[in-house]
Ligand binder design. Sequence first.
Ligand SMILES: [Fe+2]
Length: 455
Amino acid sequence: MKNSRIILKKILSNKESIRILNDTANGLDTAVLIFDINGNMLADIGESGSGSEAVSFPVNIKGEQAGYVEGSEKAAVIVSILTYMLAAEYDKRDLIDEVSSRYKEINLFYDFTEKILGCDSLKDIALLTLSLVKNFIKADTVSIMLKNDETNWIDVISAYDYDEKTVKNSIVPFNGESIAEFVMLSGNAEIINDISLDGWTAPGGGKTGSMMCAPLKIKDKVIGALNIATEDHTEFTSSDLKLFTTLSHNVGIFVENVKLYKDLKEIFISTVYTLAETIEMRDNYTGNHTKRVMEYSYAIGEALEMKKDAIEALRLSAILHDIGKIGVRDDVLLKPGKLTDEEFALMKKHPVFGEEILKKIKGLEHIIPGVKHHHERHDGRGYPDGLKEDEIELNAKIISVADTFDAMTSDRPYRKGLDPKIAIDELIRCSGTQFDGKIVDAFVKAFPHIDMSKL
Ligand SMILES: [Fe+2]
């Protein structure tokens, strides 16, 4: 907080200032006493020549009295110089404030831009915004709100400071009652320094004292709002709002990117899924096999607490595990009876055919082991490479269990599918020979949570 009295004291503690004032006073042949507003003498300058009567002059800056000067009439010149020195000091401080706030701003955005590139979810963006923003502006909660124009509801992703990992998702109706909705409608950022007094409600409820809300915009379209809130009453300033609004522009761009990325990923997965289904349609007896293997694999991955990225790769491997069957002739693939040795040898090549297809697709290299080795066995008696135990990649082990379970429980023209309980007993019986026991255990654990009626 600026204080003109402190600034006056600071100027008079500077040797160069005193020298200028002294030289001026001596040139004017007068003596001057300089006091602060409380009557404390800060400087005694010049030497009195004439004995004229002392006059008191106030020293003001920007409407505030900093102190006063006593001396002859000539001391008015000293007052002018002091006022000039005060104004210069003020400007210097303004400049320092401006530079320091610009520096903070640049630092914030540098950090933000660097870290936000690693965010692939709105949850990550909310947590990152909270962790960065609280270094500059007081904030207990950051929330990202996205309006769904079709449903007229708002998705709210809130990150809370009392535990940086706490993120809550909720959906609220768009009814114009919260300050964030008002901001979405007006397109202008707002400060509410006391929610209860201003008659607004906080988005998502909870204990909220003060808030800042800024619209999230893509070009000129408002897609939602970025909000920060404090639990107690906080006086946000216009410079806080300026910083926050600039931040919201960046968040808006990345929120849109996450949405586009998610859409693109979904399109990619559904394209891949359609491709797998098209292949599956050649074999009338295995309807929905791909979907079921994918769901069982996913359930095993969850039971094994695999990370999000790993589960994503597992899903793709499971969808595409039999894509190599495209290279198996119809008369072999669709043969109802027992295959000859030559036919079986061709059938056993489908994992390698799968590898060859996927090798040609950029970005799918990581799912090849899951596809190529889904017919390997824990005891090394599988194909195509006769790998055993941990030579077999995790996804391949999981798909092997999921694939076999589905084969046992699906109806065929020549036999009815096994009851799931009997099929699970069979998996357990083959633990340690055909299957890795850990994967079978995970499937047994996950199975009660699978909704078979939807598969
Ligand atoms: Fe297969």
